[in-house]
Write a protein of this length. Sequence first.
Lengths: 182, 270
Amino acid sequence: MVSELASEPMGTVRCAERQRSGGTSAHSVAASVTDPELPMLTLADLGVLRDVDETGGRVVVSITPTYSGCPAMDTMRDDLVHALTDAGYADVEIRTVLHPAWTSDWISEHGRRALAAAGIAPPGPAPAGPVPLTLGRARRGLTCPRCGSTDTEELSRFGATACRALWRCRSCAEPFEHVKEI
Amino acid sequence: MSFDNVYEAITEEQDDSRWAFGTGFADPLSGVDATVPPGVTADECLALGDDALIMSHRLQEWVTRAPELEDEVALANIGLDLLGQARLLLTRAGQIDGSGRGEDDFAFHRDEHEFRNVRLVELDGGHFGHLIARLFVFSVWRLAVFGRLLDAPDPVLAAIAAKAVKELAYHQEYAAGWVVRLGDGTELSHRRMQEGLDATWPYVPELGQVPGFDEVVDQVLAAATLHRPEVGTVGAVGGKAGRDGVHTERMGFLLADLQSVARAHPGATW
């Protein structure tokens, strides 16, 4: 059901009551909403979706921000409300959960494969606890998502979105993005 | 949806609020338990929120002016993280003080003497060495401060801090990396980096003593072959400094830039 919904373009899921009578749970609807900046991931894959509570006709969805300033949060809220409204849930509330803070470790295995398939190197394990400052540290060689080589280098710690860094493969010479460990 | 004209496409009347200008900005703490524990005041959230807001504004000014595209992207990303922290902290300040003020009220409708940021974040101008010196000091200090807030009495502040330290570790690493690269670089880059430190240091005493700050600063300066400036301190004015609402002459210009649109159209939404 999740994959069926996910394959439909946003806005085409109509006939709300029929959807519901067909057994689409609020959780599966919310879990199928994709990230606006990493559209190969659902919010569930990303680990942003923390809870979906369906009580009576009311749905409360809890999400947690990836980065404090992530501008996609507002879009995620809107997309969740739209998807649930379109699926027939009239009373939807989106709540922010700050604790515990999101970590890239919450990206699912399925999400990691989807990232790699889209040419984005998934994150390694996030550092546990405070990160001591180390200068001149050699960055761990990532696996190039295009050719599989580990002869790669970081070009920029900061990239097109808050969660991504820019890397380059020395073997195939292609640049690629990397979801940072946090 | 018609894409014959890009503007028609984005203004087309339809049930689609995915466009940034159509969404408004939701309360960043929406749904978070707003209970204020006894004894907690808004001072800390206000001060740390103002630091982040003003520093973020200064970083945004470097967009289109940084020496390399990668650094422009880095500075913009750091500014975005800080803006996010400011939004959370100022929203929380409005919950704690019971005034009902939201993030926009704090950012756009306060006068200079009501801002509680340290004066270091107001500094502007100079060359890239100046910017890196300010960002370095700020990042190391803020990370040390937030590291001590992880068990703050206010659970919302503690949660904001828990996220912020992850972001600040990246900021510190970026700034420290540039301090070493410039300081331990050419004769010219070394001189410029030291100039940046010399210009920033008079504002460091205002930050106060935070455990861990000096150790990291000394570690980085040693690796960068730079020295801790021996310069005077920009004193308080009548015993007051940034945390008391007394700012440098730059602050008025900064706020004029930051607030003019919001003040010309108070309460406007789009």
